[in-house]
Ligand binder design. Sequence first.
Ligand code: C2E
Ligand code: CA
Ligand code: CA
Ligand code: CA
Length: 276
Amino acid sequence: AKTEGGNQFLFFSSEMNQVAQESMRMENELRNALKLQQIEVYYQPQVDAQTLQPIGAEALVRWNHPKFGLVSPATFIPLAESTGLITEIGNFVMREAVKQTYQWYQQGHNLRIGINLSSRQFTQSNLMKEVQELLSSNDLPSELIDLEITESLAMSDAESTAHILNGLKAMGVSISIDDFGTGYSSLAYLHSFPIDTIKIDRCFVQNLNTQAGQAIANTIIAMAKSLDLEVIAEGIELTEQIDYLQARHCDILQGFKFGKPMPAREFEQWLREQPK
Ligand code: C2E
Ligand code: CA
Ligand code: CA
Ligand code: CA
């Protein structure tokens, strides 16, 4: 039994070693991914809930790995966060998305772009400068840039959050609360921060076929309306979900029903295919 235990330890330890090596390899590869142009921005359509006309897109990052294919941001964003690479990647996504939105704007499309900010990127000292530089590099109306932050990010240091959000707001960009209702929920912050929009998380939309799910969605929408906030519902996959949210005067819809996240050229194709 003793030998067995010993072997078992060796087995686990070599397995752990493998995991550690694997994650170190990933880290090195991620470090090079930007240089090798493996990091790409995809765009997921957002439509007006009443007319179903395109109003904008959410920018979603992709890692096009030569061996593993498209790596999900759910996998590499946490790694990018823990290694600090997120600042570089996040700034790349922000620049790329704004550049693309400006191109569309010059072609006559007034599309608003949602850009995800991770907590490390949010607290980096030069975020405001980065956004300011982006804004002064073109004449894109600043309200077409919508920065998405999560509740847990916002609440981790409420005082500095308020400071940064007020600074960004003064530049004219819009601010959204992403995944609303899934994290640290304190309703008090909703009126102490300069927020424009809340995004109802996909998990609530998925539950719209239950009474409890409907009650939660109704409550979020009613609360947003009374605070004069705009409401985006995420993860729309079914016609019934569109009907329900239209009837409740949700403002904007996003989900596979309208379009999956796609490369810019495909998004342009999608735009052309929309009924006028
Ligand atoms: P998120 O910000 O909540 O983004 C929405 C996610 O839901 C996206 O996953 C999108 O593909 C997915 N989605 C949208 N509609 C539907 C639907 O109808 N059905 C289903 N099943 N899924 C839908 P994605 O692209 O894999 O991104 C996952 C998360 O990674 C994002 O969640 C966001 O937290 C993070 N992320 C993505 N891009 C960035 C980025 O550039 N920076 C940062 N910091 N985080 C990012
Ligand atoms: Ca988001
Ligand atoms: Ca979300
Ligand atoms: Ca999410």
